[in-house]
Design a protein around this ligand. Structure first.
Ligand code: SDX
Length: 427
């Protein structure tokens, strides 16, 4: 087993240490490359660049494997809950009964928002994008909890983590109610995490929303499946912001902004809009797939493809199965599901997608199931953010152990030095 790689630059040879992870992933440590050679590396989109060594989540994109702290996502989705898996991601071990109860009680204790925060929602105009509201109000929490801005011990971290994870669903539900012109529904002390969110979204004072336990479980699984995904765009953003020792509120607010993009968490909305378009324009699936393959059209099959998975995204398989179960339970015959399943079948047989190793990702079916749960389309990416919150928090905490601010280098390609010309001498 070699432990260094030799890099030859002209007549200079440098030895780069080889880093091997617990799942036998290998990396070249280039942390001394510039000092020894004057060279930096360049890797647009960071497809070949590891930003950190992490103990939290493992993905094998070729095998379609996803594990949170060593536990397979299929096992956790089947047997765990979102809160239990959140504890696992943050603390590294599954909680015992006492730890789980204590963690859950923190969520009940911190589920309300300060009265002052409620006024923020009234300042947003109608049809405000919920991700803009979520990011703004998460950041504003820093104004109400100054004692949690500097985290130097585990108790303060726990307090901040629990407040954010509990309040993020309250913020999301309040923003939805305010945008609908409805009064807000306070959280209920006895309801579970997902059930409480649905209560705040859909209950009325005269009529408490009583979702079927299977629907509550389906939403809990969706949160769990989104909980972490190693160094994706939004998590890398949270780590980048946290590396400057910015507080946890600011860091997760930045993560929400990164997640918003249609190439990332915004894809679940883009998938449903794609399915709606196919239906509205009465397109055949094969016609639409032809449009996707015609590069000039600039159309992507949203919910397909992934930077890491070159095989099935295991989360997509679980969500598809849950989708079919929920729609059957609700006796909903959603044409979107049929279009999605036909799209998947056609794409998986088509050389264009096979050659590029494009498979359904977590976003392909999630929108269909969220629709069935009554979640409005504009809230889909907010649901993703609620689910991803424990992963952002766990990754932020891991990054906080490092002493180095994240500051990549570049290769400058702009104008070389030139002298200033007074405006009268310019052409
Ligand atoms: C998430 O990173 C994570 O872990 C993210 C995530 C998480 O949990 O945090 O898993 C969540 O963001 C899932 C991805 C959601 N996004 C989408 O579904 C949007 C549609 N997919 C893509 O735009 C794309 O696949 C990405 C952004 C997901 C990945 O892009 P890459 O790795 O940069 O790949 P690429 O854009 O360089 O594409 C490679 C080739 C290109 O064709 P060629 O130039 O080689 O001819 O594949 C084509 C692309 O045109 N391609 C697609 C396609 N995705 C890639 N063609 C049609 N439809 C698509 N969806």
């Amino acid at each position: 087993m070699v432990d260094t790689a030799s890099l030859q630059i002209g007549d200079q040879s440098v030895e780069l240490p080889i880093v091997v992870g617990s799942e036998d992933e290998k990396a070249l440590d280039i942390s001394k490359l510039r000092a020894e050679t004057g060279y930096v590396t360049i890797d647009p989109g960071y497809g070949n660049t590891g930003s950190c060594q992490s103990d939290i989540t493992f993905i094998d994109g070729d095998e379609g494997i996803l594990r949170y702290r060593g536990y397979a996502i299929e096992d956790l989705a089947e047997r765990s809950t979102f809160i239990e898996s959140a504890y696992l991601l943050i603390w590294g071990e599954l909680p015992n009964a006492g730890q789980l109860n204590e963690f859950s009680e923190l969520f009940t204790k911190h589920q309300m928002l300060r009265e002052g925060i409620k006024h923020h929602f009234n300042l947003f105009p109608p049809n405000s994008p919920p991700m803009a509201v979520l990011s703004s109000v998460l950041n504003a929490l820093a104004c109400y909890y100054p004692e949690l801005l500097e985290i130097n011990d585990e108790d303060t971290f726990t307090e901040a983590a629990a407040r954010i994870m509990s309040k993020v669903r309250t913020i999301a539900a309040y923003s939805h109610r305010q945008q609908q012109g409805h009064h807000i529904m306070y959280p209920h002390p006895e309801k579970s995490y997902a059930e409480n969110f649905l209560h705040m979204m859909f209950s009325q004072p005269y009529n408490e929303f009583q979702p079927d336990p299977e629907l509550i479980k389906a939403l809990d699984v969706i949160f769990l499946l989104h909980a972490d995904h190693e160094q994706n765009c939004s998590t890398s953003t949270v780590r980048m912001v946290g590396s400057s020792e910015a507080n946890l509120f600011a860091s997760v607010a930045a993560g929400v902004s990164a997640l918003w993009g249609p190439l990332h968490g915004g894809a679940n909305v883009a998938v449903v809009e794609m399915l709606e378009r196919i239906r509205a324009e009465n397109l055949s699936v094969s016609d639409f797939v032809s449009q996707v393959k015609d590069k000039k059209a600039g159309i992507r099959l949203m919910g397909f493809g992934h930077r890491v998975y070159k095989n099935f995204d295991p989360r997509a398989k679980i969500i598809k199965k849950s989708c079919e179960e929920v729609l059957a339970k609700l006796n909903i015959d959603d044409p979107m599901l049929a279009i999605a399943e036909e799209l998947e079948a056609v794409a998986l047989e088509d050389e264009y997608f096979i050659q590029r190793k494009l498979y359904p990702n977590v976003d392909f079916y999630s929108g269909v199931i969220l629709r069935a749960l009554g979640i409005p389309k504009e809230m889909f990416t907010v649901i993703f953010a609620i689910g991803r919150m424990p992963g952002w928090i766990a990754q932020w905490y891991e990054e906080s152990k490092s002493t180095k601010i994240c500051r990549p280098r570049q290769v400058y390609t702009g104008p070389v030095e030139r002298s200033y010309q007074p405006v009268g001498q310019r052409s």
